[in-house]
Design a protein around this ligand. Structure first.
Ligand code: PRE
Length: 262
C-alpha cells in the first residue's frame, strides 16, 4: 500500500504545549475516557491464560504471550517514534530500537533527573496481580492476541496517566517554588506528599470516573434511550482510581520533585 503523500501547510508547525494546573487537570480528565473505554474493551474477554502461552521461541524472545507481544509491539512503536514523546514510557525500555521517525521538537517542560522516572515495573505487577483479578473472569475464549492487545492498550493508558504526574508536579513546582524548594532540599517526601495532595480534588476525580464509567458502560439503543449497565466496570473504574491510579500518580510526583533540583 502506498503511504499518504498529502501534507497540509500546518504539518511542520511546532505546537508548543502549554502546561498549567488547569491544562494538566483537563488532560487527566480526558485520559479518564481512554482508560474507561480500554477497561470496557478488556472486559469483553476472559483471562485467556496470558501467563502460560509461549510465543516467539527459538533464538528470539521466549516468554509469556503478554511479555512477547508487549516487547515486540513496543519495539515497533519505538521505531515509529512513540517514546520520543516525554509523556510516553515503555514497559521494556531495555534494548528498544531508536526512533526512525522524523525529529519532532517536543516541549522540554520537565526538568532534572526526575524526567526519566519510569515505574512501569510496579504498574505491571499491580495490573496483573491486583487489577485483572478484580474484573476479568477465569476462562479461555481463544482470542489470545486480542485480549493481550487489549491489555497493552489499557496498560499504556494507565502508565501514561500515572507518569503524567511528572507534568503535574512540574506545574506545581513552577507555581510555588518557594514552598517546594526547601522541602526538596530537606528530602522531605512526606512534606511534599502533603503539599501536592488535595483530598477534595481526589474525591471529585473518583466521583467523575464512576459517573463516566456508568454512562460509557451502558448500552445505547434506537428503541429506548439507554438500557442497563452492560460491562459493570463503574465500581472497578472508581476503585482503580482510588486505590491505584491516584496514589501512584502522587508517588511519581514526589519522586519527580525529589530529583527536580539534581
Ligand atoms: O490535580 C492535581 O492536583 C493532582 O495532583 C492530580 C491528582 C490525581 O492523581 O488525580 C493527584 C493528587 C491530588 O491530590 C489530586 C489529584
Amino acid at each position: 500500500m502506498d503511504p499518504i503523500k498529502f501534507r497540509c501547510k500546518e504539518c511542520h508547525k511546532r505546537v508548543e504545549a502549554q502546561y498549567t494546573l488547569d491544562s494538566v487537570r483537563a488532560s487527566l480528565a480526558r485520559q479518564e475516557d481512554t482508560i474507561i473505554f480500554a477497561l470496557i474493551e478488556r472486559a469483553k474477554f476472559p483471562l485467556n491464560n496470558f501467563g502460560h502461552n509461549r510465543l516467539f521461541g527459538s533464538d528470539e524472545y521466549i516468554g509469556s504471550m503478554i511479555n512477547g507481544l508487549v516487547l515486540k509491539t513496543e519495539a515497533v512503536q519505538s521505531k515509529a517514534g512513540r517514546y520520543i514523546n516525554p509523556e510516553e514510557n515503555p514497559f521494556f525500555p531495555e534494548n528498544l530500537p531508536p526512533s526512525a521517525a522524523p525529529d519532532y521538537p517536543f516541549s522540554e517542560f520537565l526538568q532534572g533527573a526526575g524526567a526519566s522516572i519510569n515505574i512501569n515495573k510496579e504498574i505491571w505487577e499491580v495490573y496483573f496481580h491486583e487489577l485483572i483479578p478484580m474484573f476479568i473472569k477465569c476462562g479461555d475464549d481463544g482470542n489470545h492476541a486480542q485480549s493481550v492487545l487489549a491489555d497493552l492498550t489499557l496498560l499504556q493508558a494507565i502508565s501514561r496517566r500515572i507518569h503524567y504526574g511528572k507534568f503535574v508536579a512540574e506545574v506545581k513546582f513552577r507555581e510555588s517554588p518557594k514552598i517546594y524548594e526547601p522541602l526538596i532540599r530537606a528530602k522531605d517526601s512526606e512534606g511534599l506528599m502533603d503539599e501536592l495532595s488535595s483530598e477534595s480534588v481526589e474525591e471529585r476525580v473518583v466521583k467523575r470516573v464512576e459517573r463516566k464509567a456508568t454512562v460509557f458502560g451502558q448500552e445505547v439503543s434506537l428503541e429506548y434511550d439507554v438500557s442497563g449497565d452492560t460491562y459493570m466496570i463503574n465500581s472497578v473504574a472508581s476503585k482503580l482510581y482510588k486505590k491505584y491510579l491516584i496514589p501512584l500518580t502522587k508517588k511519581v510526583q514526589v519522586e519527580y520533585l525529589l530529583k527536580r533540583l539534581d
